[in-house]
Design a protein around this ligand. Structure first.
Ligand SMILES: [Zn+2]
Length: 293
């Protein structure tokens, strides 16, 4: 459209039309999902379980309030042995290998106050939300100070905290469980090279989850400090760390959320805490588990 030769008043009208047309293109219900059948038969069980649990349908319904300028596909796929997840060109890929590793990492009985079902669901939802964060930062051209990987983790934790208290606590405990392999010992040995990664170290990501949750609700998550899981030195500033995330969310994310759909989406939807996930006997490769994008 040529706008250089128009009258100033007409230009304003045409520009207003362009702006509103752009705004109208931001639509909710833009999430597509796909379970790609795995080529490797060893991944058939995780493929079947994830379908049976309607994991992608649940993520789709949770994410429908996001107003996006174009469609976003979320798929689960066989990644030829790579245990990872990523976002690229309007597509989120979560590998069956990665979901299988999460599944293998589930304890057989409640451990440290975490139910087996939550040790499965928390990290699973986190991996999807973390990748959704990368996607929406791209779609909305979201300005970010600091590492995008930290912002993506914060997006996921903040999202989990939007549920009612009982569900938020289960999701946060489950999320933190994925770092269990790395925090078992009080001393962590890492290669120097590991610190050059765009992600924080697993132990840092673990403390960040606890801190944001504690900062959001020091009563609901007070046991993190009482039990010594979250050191007092860090805990003192968590209220401000949470406020920083909440402020960024309010300014950068909330304007892109359809409020009517949001009210419908945030319902109680976790399975009962006593539900026992199907057991896997093989042990996970924890190094693989902590390597995702
Ligand atoms: Zn990432």
């Amino acid at each position: 459209m040529r706008i250089a030769a128009c009258l100033p008043f007409l230009c304003c009208l045409m520009l207003a039309d362009l702006v509103s047309a752009g705004a109208q293109e931001m639509q909710p219900k833009q999430i597509d999902i796909q379970y790609v059948e795995p080529k490797n038969e060893k991944l058939q069980p995780v493929y079947e379980q994830i379908r049976k649990a309607h994991a992608l349908e649940m993520m789709q319904s949770l994410l429908q309030p996001l107003r996006l300028p174009r469609r976003l596909l979320i798929k689960t796929e066989d990644c030829d042995g790579i245990s990872n997840a990523w976002y690229e060109d309007d597509v989120i890929t979560v590998c069956y290998e990665y979901l299988d590793d999460l599944w293998k990492n589930v304890p057989s009985a409640p451990t440290g106050g975490i139910a087996p079902i939550d040790a499965l669901i928390g990290p699973t939802i986190d991996v999807f939300l973390h990748e959704v964060a990368h996607a929406v930062f791209d779609y909305w051209n979201t300005p970010i100070f600091g590492r995008e990987e930290d912002a993506a983790d914060q997006f996921s934790v903040y999202f989990m905290l939007q549920f009612d208290k009982g569900e938020a606590r289960r999701l946060i405990l489950g999320n933190a469980w994925q770092y269990q392999g790395d925090i078992r010992s009080p001393v962590v040995v890492q290669s120097l090279r590991k610190f050059s990664d765009v992600h924080g170290t697993p132990s840092q990501r673990y403390f960040n989850v606890l801190c944001i949750a504690y900062g959001a609700d020091p009563v609901l998550f007070g046991d993190f400090v009482e039990s010594g899981k979250l050191p007092k030195d860090r805990a003192e500033g968590c209220e401000f760390e949470y406020q920083q995330v909440a402020n960024a969310w309010t300014q950068l994310i909330e304007p892109h959320i359809d409020q009517d759909l949001k009210r419908e989406s945030f319902v109680v939807w976790l399975p009962p805490v006593e539900k026992q996930p199907v057991r896997r006997t093989d042990k996970p490769d924890l190094r693989r588990l902590l390597r995702r994008n």
